[in-house]
Design a protein around this ligand. Structure first.
Ligand SMILES: [Zn+2]
Length: 414
């Protein structure tokens, strides 16, 4: 396992090669510990995992060392600047580009199970001792040496006023004039589950997101959507991999913020909600034995009810099935219906661990919203339509909708 550097945007994820994602014994802190995954013995076959080690896996449960994703989570926010990129205006204005939106985003997505508390014990710009140029921060830069030096300097500058043990995760909101425009290069990055990071108040700064520049596409939506890089980066802090690949958002489209975090709002996949501890065992159906069973699915964006059907194919892969509608964080859904995707716990971050099945291939999709992968926007199956994997003998038929807005789905395993 590695210390992780996941770069947000549509190209690729990078990682360093050293370290382990597990915290050293005795190093656990307010931020460490396993997530509150809800499952019963019947869920065992659906708790897929990779045989070989990957940096950041879709496997369930998430390995230890990441920040917990349920209950009260205290986020330390520090706004930093440099002699060659001095912060302009009030540092709290930088903070307000991301809050309260990020807190609300997590509350909505988690059905209230993640109470994200952003705090700013140092309300002004925290000046770094070296110039921005001297840290040699570039897209894809590994933790060593630049980020190690930067984290060490951040800790030294903040330590007199901050007790790092009081926080579960760290957000470094860099002055937007440091580095290139996000339209040219996205520098924003997260180092998660990284026990090799410099220590502060006796614990490693193991989970830290760095946000640079502004994800402003010039469409005029920045005030509404520009914060979305932070829930994406914090997703890594909770152990989630990047779902975009070197080819862009074509694997998952706009169905998860780990796939696309520019443009209009979108939610997490149901798989991620289960992984993060936001679904009860009774909301997740594991279809492990041959036969035909009909299930009800309630819209993923709505609290309560049945959310996710998992059909395991072997110990490391599974189909996941959920109902997506335009509600909650899902702003751009143009064809509500049942989304079917394959999860592979052995495929690493940025290499396509999740692939959405498109019910209408080469249709061009139903949305023209900017920064939304159009082709997959009409991927969901609607009543009367059937997903078939002939080789694995899996058939998923959407039978009907209920007046309540729920959908009925019949799953057959051979
Ligand atoms: Zn990322």
């Amino acid at each position: 396992m590695a210390a992780l550097a996941c770069v947000t945007t549509l190209t690729f994820a990078v990682s360093t090669s050293a370290g382990t994602a597990r915290l050293a014994p005795g190093a656990s802190s307010a931020g460490a510990g396993p997530i509150a995954l809800s499952r019963t013995s019947a869920h065992g076959p659906c708790m897929i995992h990779g045989a070989r080690e990957v940096q950041m896996s879709e496997g369930i449960p998430t390995s230890e060392g990441y920040s917990r994703s349920t209950g009260v989570v205290h986020a330390l926010n520090l706004m930093i600047d440099f002699s060659d990129a001095p912060g302009e205006g009030d540092a709290l204005d930088r903070f307000r580009e991301f809050f309260p939106q990020t807190r609300q985003w997590f509350r909505t997505s988690s059905y209230g199970r993640l109470d994200y508390r952003p705090e700013t014990p140092i309300p002004g710009w925290l000046r770094m001792p070296k110039s921005f140029r001297e840290y040699a921060i570039e897209r894809g830069a590994p933790f060593d040496p630049g980020y190690r030096a930067l984290v060490r300097d951040i800790v030294a500058a903040a330590d007199p006023k901050v007790d790092f043990r009081a926080y579960d995760l760290l957000n470094i909101l860099v002055t937007p004039n440091a580095g290139p425009s996000a339209l040219d290069t996205v520098l924003s990055v997260t180092f998660a589950g990284n026990p090799e990071a410099p220590a502060a108040d006796g614990i490693p700064v193991a989970n830290a997101s760095f946000v640079y520049s502004r994800q402003d596409d010039g469409s005029g939506s920045y005030d509404r959507t520009g914060y979305r890089v932070l829930p994406h980066e914090n997703g890594h802090i909770f152990g989630l991999p990047d779902l975009y690949t070197a080819e862009g958002g074509g694997a998952v489209g706009h169905w998860d913020i780990m796939s696309e975090d520019w443009g209009a709002n979108n939610d997490f996949l149901g798989w991620h909600k289960w992984k993060l501890g936001w679904l009860d065992a009774a909301q997740v159906h594991c279809v492990a034995t041959p036969g035909t069973t009909e299930y009800t699915l309630t819209p993923l964006a709505r609290a309560g009810g049945s959310k996710l059907i998992v059909v395991p194919l072997d110990s490391r892969t599974a189909y996941a099935v959920e109902l997506r509608t335009r509600a909650g964080n899902d702003e751009t859904v143009c064809r509500p219906g049942v989304l079917v995707y394959k999860v592979d716990a052995e495929v690493d971050t940025g290499l396509g661990p999740v692939r959405v099945h498109d019910s209408r291939r080469d249709s061009g999709g139903c949305t023209r919203a900017p920064n939304v992968h159009a082709e997959l926007s009409d991927a969901p199956f609607t009543p009367g339509e059937t997903f078939r994997d002939v080789r694995r003998r899996v058939v998923i038929k959407v039978t009907r909708t209920e007046p309540s807005g729920d959908y009925r789905v019949r799953v057959t395993r051979g």
